[in-house]
Design a protein around this ligand. Sequence first.
Ligand code: GRF
Length: 206
Amino acid sequence: MEKLKIGVLGSGKGSNYRAIQEEIVRGKLNAETRVVISDVKEAGILAAARAYGVRAEYVQPGRFKTKLEPEAEARVVELLCGAGVELVVLAGYMRMVKAPLLEAFPGRIINIHPSLLPAFPGLEAWKQALAAEAGETGCTVHFVDSGMDTGPVIAQRRVPVLAGDTAERLHARIQVAEHEVYPEVVRGFAEGIFGGAEIVKARGGK
Ligand code: GRF
């Protein structure tokens, strides 16, 4: 099978991106990162991409905090399409995805969220889990739709909340699980196990 061409969007340190890229480098994931895009100029994820020799692009987000300016999102679509991206991987991308991007990649955008959705959507989900005194939490990989962390679930990993956990410790434990499950899910797409007709079509199938 041909390599799955992925494009990654992130706003932060990029540890999930690195976990995926490491699997590619090790020859354990039949994929190729065509471009990494960030709305944060100094984001670690862009530095990580450059360190791997992967194209890194900053897109100026514009005046909104929770979404990209329409022109900026159009630029993101242009970059992804121009790079021949088949699957868009959100990895710590801190804005809502809007119509231009959703319409350009229907059924082909995935995200990772640090809770067992539908529990604790939104920001700092591990802090929400602590505040709710949940006995366990985890992480979820899901398809992206126009809602906040609402798309169909693809895979989840459970993580215990331990006595005396701080927000940092719990988040770190969730991230260990994220770094296992996200590359596995991308591998599922690369091997045709996950993904619907949209992916098959994007990859030249019928
Ligand atoms: C992760 O915890 C992910 O679940 C959330 O944002 C964080 C990104 O971390 N969406 P990183 O930039 O991949 O290290």
